[in-house]
Write a protein that binds this ligand. Structure first.
Ligand code: FES
Length: 129
């Protein structure tokens, strides 16, 4: 698959081209992705990455982020663990519309491309459809 240049840079980010001064993988944010069969992926994300970018950088299956974060593909959909769902910012109307169009829609579902990671989200747990 060939990605548009913009999508390539937006999805691979620091992990591919090196961290900015003062930032390292050790200063990252741990995110846990759980597949439907229970397979768990612990990923170190860079502050400022989206959840979708973190998943792509780590090769988490089930997240492809085809639209590069433009909220039009829903290939980045995740379901935050119940104790995390309330801690995330609310989905904007456009995000809600995309999610509600999915056949397995759940009220807690989010687009991973719309969740920007920061230190407050260290330890975030999400399941994958
Ligand atoms: S990457 Fe397309 S909707 Fe999130």
């Amino acid at each position: 698959m060939i990605l548009p240049l913009r999508t390539f840079f937006r999805t691979l980010g620091w992990a591919t081209f090196g961290y900015p001064a003062g930032m390292s993988a050790e200063s990252g944010i741990q995110v846990v992705f759980i597949e439907s069969d229970g397979t768990t992926h612990r990923v170190m994300a860079v502050p400022g990455q989206t959840l979708m970018q973190a998943a792509l950088s780590a090769g988490v299956p089930g997240i492809s982020g085809i639209c590069g974060g433009d909220m039009c593909c829903a290939t980045c959909i995740v379901r935050p663990a119940q104790d995390w769902a309330a801690r995330l910012s609310h989905a904007v109307e456009d995000e809600q519309i995309v999610i509600q169009g999915m056949p397995t829609c759940h009220p807690d579902d989010r687009l991973g491309c719309q969740i920007r990671l920061d230190g407050m989200l260290d330890g975030l747990v999400v399941t994958l459809p």
